[in-house]
Structures are given as structure tokens and as C-alpha cells.
Design a protein around this ligand. Structure first.
Ligand code: BGC
Length: 753
């Protein structure tokens, strides 16, 4: 019996080569969503022969119990199975998408979200999640921006650590993960996957070592510092080298420089796909992945088929197999699977825990704290039943748009275990608020997509998109009439859940043609119009946002979307979400993000075009809404920051402080943001780069002092030529610090560092 970590060596010594290789085999029997063309075959026999170490995509707790019993009683060594799953944003109770969670700018909320996800998932017998995804994302054409934390390396790093801590808890950092409400995390997709060429899924990535180190690696380092147990390389090639076989990245940076000793789990069939990348045949690619210290082969079974021969041919050492197997056994030990594997497969606990009232309450609050208010003319929001009743004898709301009363999309992409029937629509959430005092009228008005072919692609995991067979004119006429008969219009539009996610890249980011027509023509009704925009990515709203009086960007919020959004619409929650990705004006501007580098020919301030300056002939350089942007139902005034420094051994620490005042009539939470521009040196620095932020709660009329500290290393830059040899260098000179409510409204001060 493996009771202590030392017993693992003893267990290893009793294992045959095939049994060790079996522990490196992660299979998917195909009970759930498949993200590749392949499902594993002959799984039952392989399990009995000890040739499967980990599984994901299993169908139910009962199935997991059966499998575990077989492992314990019918395999030669009785090594327990480890069950994994993609627990990306909630489990049975779907929580807001990661991109939405990041818009809270609240690491505590993100920590809680991961903890709730782990609570439900572990109660259902899942030991490890393939999350968080911490790829920095600047290209909203890429569907997987939904799964990440946006464009800022700093914000993604903060959220990365928070998610790992939430999944794994404090214990995780020190080794064991025995609590029944925690699970192991697997940070992904190492590294640079978010910079796929053209935003096209699985495409190659071309990043120099400085950009890779400065922008894309920090969120991974942050996860590792938080004690993450596993890491997944991406599907992509980085500067021509597929990362699943990238010793410089995986060995020199990850294992040696960062001392990561957890599991490296390949992505779905990614080892076998190295053949298509051009790295050789099955034996070559298995050897290459082993050389890069990839421990686990997900689904492809290339290790299963190749490794023993490779050991016999001395192309792979038996020590490297031992090392990989030791890592798997160690994680199983840390997860308590040797001690009491059935402890995590308890039907009673599953029944009591999953979908519990605390989880539902928190889920609702999370939805409301992730919404971003982009526009609110004449303070049309929050809606008030009293105000409506005073103005009208029979107050009424027109609910228009294909998402007004939809549940099927609400879980958002990558929610394989979510309970769709348990989702509450916007319509039902608002109905709960207004009771029977308010008349609600509905009209569909438009389609999420007007293309039948696209609708079929979006319905790959079940129908969430239908196309109304009526003509656009008929649909719109009906909606205008309904709008006319009500006091206010709620227009629920955007994209479908599967418009975003894996392999959901888009070249067009505008609202569908029928949505745009509807948005324009609704004006004819002469009623105030509030847009509620559901989406898994930043959309281009430029064409018709002028037609809205208020715009609430709600992303996909999961099970409790309706009530959570209603809490914001009716003012129970004062919105405090801030964009974690800029909203572009047009697809042609992409990538557009706050930390772009300067050019030698910058466009002068307040210019849209000047010949021979860096700009477009036909579009401004600025996004429609900048990174960090978001309104509240209050107003916050920012005083000028004062900056002081302290010097020790030539190293300068900068302190910036300022007073912010709530000049509005409601309590609010303000996200005060601090950006830096580094001093002159051999390397070009972003015009501004997010350094830090503070969330401040302010009662009406209240002022608070907000302080930031900038340590000397914040001004460092990366130098070197190879990914494996990059180092930080210090640099002194005149720098800039900017503070404000978003990346485009900073008050800047020069400082010598
Ligand atoms: C995705 C991973 C995911 C895996 C297992 C892959 O296609 O890239 O992020 O964890 O499938 O579902």
C-alpha cells in the first residue's frame, strides 16, 4: 500500500515497463464532448491491463466508481485511476466565462469561482481540471479568448494565480490536495498560443523571445508560483518549433529556470499531431515529446504504441520513463487517491453538494460583477419600477432579441458538465424582479446569424441557434410594434455560445445583418433602448451602437445569467466590471491593445490621420472602448496623483498616491488603474502597460486615498537572443507613471528611476 511519498519508489520498482508507460496514457472513452476527431478505443481492456493512468470525458460518477473499482481490484498493482475534465468556468452550475471573470478585476471573486467549480467537480469524482487557460489574448477573432483573461499580462497573471489557488486551495501549494472541495489544476496552453496567426485556431505563432518572455510567459510563471500541479503545452508551433517538442521552452525555461516539477500533459492528440507538423514518424515524435519532458500523452496513444520499443532501441532512456511515471504517481498520492480513492466518488456527497444554494447565490453575484456597462445616456439605467409606474399607468418592458428568453446559450462555451435546464434566462430573471406589476411583451426581432451554414456549425454540440424563417422586414416590423407598445426596450443580442470557444475563429466580428437592421429600425418606436450584449469575445459594435441609449456587455454568465443581469439592470448591483480586452472599432485594427509599442512616427494626439504617420487611411487607431473601460451608476473624480521616490543602492522605488471621490449618489466600486512607461534603453517599451490596480469601495460623497508602489524591477527589460537564455536587465532614466479609470484616460507624471 502506498501510504507515504517514499512508498512511490517502492511501487515504481515493482512496475514493469509497460505498466509505467500505461501511467502516461490519458484516454477519453468518448462519453462527453470530443475536441478532436479521435476517441480512445478498447479502453476497458487497457484499464484492466494497467495501460491507462488517467481518464477524462467519462460520463458519470457511477461510471467513475466502476472504473475505480476495476483499477483497485482487477489490475496487477491496484494503482488508482485519476479522473480529469475541462472544468473551465463552473461545473454543473456554470459560472461566467473566464474572460468575463477577468472583467471583474477582482482576484478574490476569481478565486471563489475556481473554488466553487472545484467543490462541485470533486464531489462528482473529478480530480484534475485542464484549467486555467492563461494565454494572453489580443486577437478577438480567436474563439478561445473566451477561456482566457484578456490582453494584459499583468491582469492575466493576477487571475492565473487566483484561479490556481481557488482550485487547489492552500494545501495544494505545500503538496497534498486531500480536501474534498479542491482539485489539481493544469495551466495551459504553454506558451504564446493566444498569438495564433490571424486568430485562426491551431495556427502557428511567431513571437520573438522578448515578446514571449515579457507578455506571454508571466501568467504561467504566476501559476507555477501559486503551486499549480500540471501544465499543458499548446497545439501550436512557436517560431517554427511545435511546443509539444520544444526542449528550450519546456526544459530550459520551465523545468530548469522555473523549477517546475509537476506534470506536463500534452494537448488532445498533440503528440501524434507532431507528425503532421513535419517532425517525423510516430517513433520520432514520441521520442521528441519525451525529450521535451512531456509526461502524459492525451488520447493519441503514441506513447503507448512507441515508448517500449524506443527504450529497447535506446532512443528514450528508462530513467526518463521512470521520471514521468513518478510524477504521475506523486500527483495521485498528493490527491489522496492511494489513501482512499473512493472518498472522492461518494454519491451522497455529490447529491448534497452539486447545485447547492451557496453555489447558486455566489453564481448570481458573480454574473452581476462581471457585466461591463459601456454606455448609459441620460442615466437610463438602472431601471426603476417606481419610476416606470409614476410615468405610466401600466408599466411595461419590451423584451426583444433572440437571447431575451434563451437558456440554451447561457452556459457559454466550454461548459461540458453544465446543467442547461437549470439556467435562468434574462426574461425570467427580470420577471423575478418586476413580479406581475410590469407587463412584459416579447418579439424575436432578428437572428444571431442569418447564415444557415453557420447556424449548423454553431449547433455542433446541440441546437442553440435557430434561424427564423420570416423575412427580416416581417420580424423587425413586429419588434418595432412591440417596442412601441411598451415603456422601455431590452434588446438581448450578440453572438451564440459556440460563436466562441475552441475552433470558433471568426473573420467578422460585427452583429448579424438582421441584428443591425433591427437595432436601427427600433429607433422608430421612440422608446429608450437598452442593449444587453451576450458574447464570448469583444465584438465590433461600431456600426450601430449609436442606436442604443444604454449598453450592458454581459458576456456569457452561466446558469444564473438572468437574475445576475437583472440585479444590474435594476440597480441592486452597481456595475463595476472593466474591459479586460479592448473593443475594436473594426476587424482591420486587430490586434488593438493598450500596451502596443511606440513607433518612430507616432500619430499626434487627437489626430485621426496624418500622412507618413502610423495610422489608417480609413479608421482611427483607437479602439471603440479601451482596455480597463467600464461605467458605474456613480461618478468618480480623480485628483492629480503625487509621486515620490526612495533610493537605495541606485535602485529607485516609486510611490504614487491620489484621492478618488465618489461624486455620485450611489455607493460604487471603482477600479483605479496604474500604468507605466519604462525609461529609454536598448529595448522599445510599450506606450503604456498595466502595472497594478486597486478596487476601492466608495460611499456617495466619500473620498479615499489610493496608493501604488512601483518596485525597481518593474522597469526591467528582457535581454538576450534565445528563449532559454533571456535575462532581466535594469535600466535607469526618465520614466512615466499614469493613473486613471482606464487605459485611455490617464493622468501622467514623469519620474526619474
Ligand atoms: C483543448 C484543451 C482541452 C483538451 C481536452 C483540447 O482540444 O485544446 O484546452 O483541455 O482539448 O478537452
Amino acid at each position: 500500500m502506498t501510504k507515504s511519498i517514499d512508498d512511490i519508489e517502492q511501487l515504481l520498482s515493482r512496475m514493469g515497463l509497460d505498466e509505467k508507460i500505461g501511467q502516461l496514457n490519458l484516454v477519453n472513452p468518448g462519453g462527453q464532448v470530443l475536441t478532436g476527431a479521435v476517441a480512445s478505443v478498447d479502453v476497458d481492456r487497457k484499464i484492466r491491463e494497467g495501460r491507462v493512468g488517467m481518464m477524462f470525458g467519462t460520463a458519470s460518477l457511477d461510471q467513475r466508481r466502476d472504473i475505480q473499482s476495476i483499477c483497485l481490484s482487477q489490475t496487477r498493482l491496484g494503482i488508482p485511476m485519476l479522473f480529469a475534465s475541462d472544468v473551465i468556468h463552473g461545473y454543473r452550475t456554470a459560472l461566467p466565462l473566464p474572460i468575463a471573470l477577468a472583467c471583474s478585476w477582482d482576484p478574490d471573486l476569481v478565486r471563489r469561482a475556481a473554488h466553487l467549480s472545484a467543490t462541485e467537480a470533486r464531489a462528482d469524482g473529478i480530480d484534475l481540471t485542464f484549467a486555467p487557460m492563461v494565454d494572453v489574448t489580443r486577437d478577438p477573432r480567436w474563439g478561445r479568448v473566451a477561456e482566457g483573461f484578456g490582453e494584459s499580462s499583468k491582469l492575466a497573471s493576477v487571475m492565473s494565480a487566483a484561479m490556481v489557488e481557488g482550485f487547489q486551495g492552500d494545501q495544494g501549494k505545500n503538496g497534498t490536495l486531500l480536501d474534498v472541495d479542491r482539485m489539481a489544476a493544469c495551466v495551459k496552453h504553454f506558451a504564446g498560443y493566444g498569438a495564433a496567426d490571424g486568430g485562426r485556431e491551431y495556427a502557428s505563432v511567431n513571437l520573438g523571445p522578448i515578446e514571449l518572455h515579457e507578455t506571454h510567459l508571466p501568467p504561467f510563471k504566476s501559476a507555477i508560483e501559486a503551486g499549480v500541479k500540471a501544465l499543458m503545452p499548446g497545439f501550436h508551433a512557436l517560431d517554427r518549433i511545435p511546443v509539444t517538442a520544444h526542449p528550450e521552452l519546456l526544459v530550459e525555461v520551465l523545468r530548469e529556470a522555473w523549477r517546475f516539477d509537476g506534470l506536463i500533459i500534452s494537448d488532445y492528440t498533440a503528440i501524434a499531431e507532431l507528425i503532421a507538423h513535419g517532425l517525423g514518424d510516430a517513433s520520432d515524435v514520441a521520442a521528441a515529446a519525451m525529450k521535451a519532458t512531456v509526461d502524459i500523452d492525451m488520447v493519441g496513444e503514441t506513447y503507448e504504441q512507441q515508448l517500449s520499443q524506443l527504450v529497447r532501441d535506446k532512443r528514450v532512456s528508462s530513467e526518463s520513463i521512470d521520471m514521468a511515471c513518478r510524477r504521475v504517481l506523486t500527483l495521485k498520492y498528493e490527491l489522496g487517491l492511494f489513501e482512499d480513492p473512493m472518498r472522492y466518488l461518494d454519491q451522497q456527497r455529490a447529491k448534497e453538494t452539486i447545485g447547492g444554494s451557496t453555489i447558486l447565490r455566489e453564481a448570481r453575484e458573480m454574473v452581476s460583477r462581471c457585466c461591463v456597462l459601456l454606455k448609459n445616456e441620460q442615466n437610463i439605467l438602472p431601471l426603476s419600477i417606481e419610476k416606470m409606474s409614476a410615468q405610466s399607468t401600466a408599466p411595461s418592458i419590451a423584451f426583444i432579441g433572440p437571447l431575451a428568453d434563451d437558456r440554451s446559450n447561457l452556459p457559454g462555451t466550454w461548459s461540458v458538465s453544465a446543467d442547461v435546464d437549470g439556467c435562468v434566462s434574462l426574461h425570467d430573471g427580470v420577471r423575478e424582479w418586476v413580479g406581475d406589476d410590469v407587463r412584459i411583451e416579447t418579439a424575436r426581432g432578428c437572428n444571431l446569424t442569418d447564415s444557415q451554414q453557420l447556424a449548423e456549425r454553431l449547433n455542433v454540440f446541440g441546437e442553440t441557434v435557430t434561424i427564423d424563417e420570416r423575412s427580416i422586414d416581417v420580424m423587425v416590423d413586429e419588434a418595432v410594434q412591440v417596442a412601441r407598445s411598451c415603456d422601455v426596450v431590452l434588446l438581448a443580442i450578440g453572438e451564440a455560445k459556440e460563436h466562441a470557444g475552441e475552433c470558433s475563429s471568426r473573420t467578422e466580428l460585427s452583429l448579424s445583418q438582421s441584428t443591425q437592421t433591427l437595432a436601427r429600425r427600433l429607433r422608430e418606436a421612440g422608446r429608450p433602448i437598452v442593449w444587453v450584449v451576450f458574447s464570448g469575445r469583444p465584438l465590433v459594435l461600431t456600426e450601430c451602437i449609436d442606436q442604443a441609449d444604454a449598453v450592458l456587455y454581459v458576456w456569457y454568465g452561466g446558469s444564473l445569467s438572468g437574475p445576475g443581469i437583472a440585479d444590474v439592470l435594476f440597480g441592486k448591483t452597481n456595475p463595476s466590471g472593466r474591459l479586460c480586452m479592448s473593443l475594436p472599432r473594426s476587424v482591420g485594427q486587430i490586434p488593438v491593445h493598450h500596451d502596443a509599442l511606440p513607433t518612430g512616427r507616432p500619430l499626434p494626439k487627437d489626430f485621426v490621420f496624418e500622412k507618413f504617420k502610423s495610422c489608417y487611411l480609413d479608421e482611427s487607431n483607437d479602439p471603440l472602448f479601451p482596455f480597463g473601460y467600464g461605467l458605474t451608476y456613480s461618478n468618480v473624480a480623480y485628483d492629480r496623483p503625487s509621486v515620490t521616490t526612495s533610493v537605495a543602492d541606485e535602485d529607485v522605488t516609486v510611490f504614487a498616491e491620489l484621492v478618488v471621490t465618489n461624486t455620485g449618489e450611489r455607493s460604487c466600486e471603482e477600479v483605479v488603474q496604474c500604468y507605466l512607461h519604462g525609461p529609454a534603453g536598448p529595448v522599445s517599451r510599450p506606450v503604456w502597460k498595466l502595472h497594478d490596480f486597486r478596487r476601492v469601495t466608495l460611499r456617495p460623497g466619500e473620498s479615499k486615498m489610493v496608493r501604488f508602489q512601483v518596485d525597481p524591477e518593474a522597469w526591467n527589460f528582457f535581454a538576450g537572443r534565445r528563449i532559454g537564455e533571456m535575462r532581466w536587465e535594469r535600466c535607469h532614466g526618465e520614466a512615466r507613471i499614469g493613473i486613471g479609470p482606464n487605459a485611455a484616460e490617464l493622468v501622467s507624471t514623469n519620474v526619474a528611476v
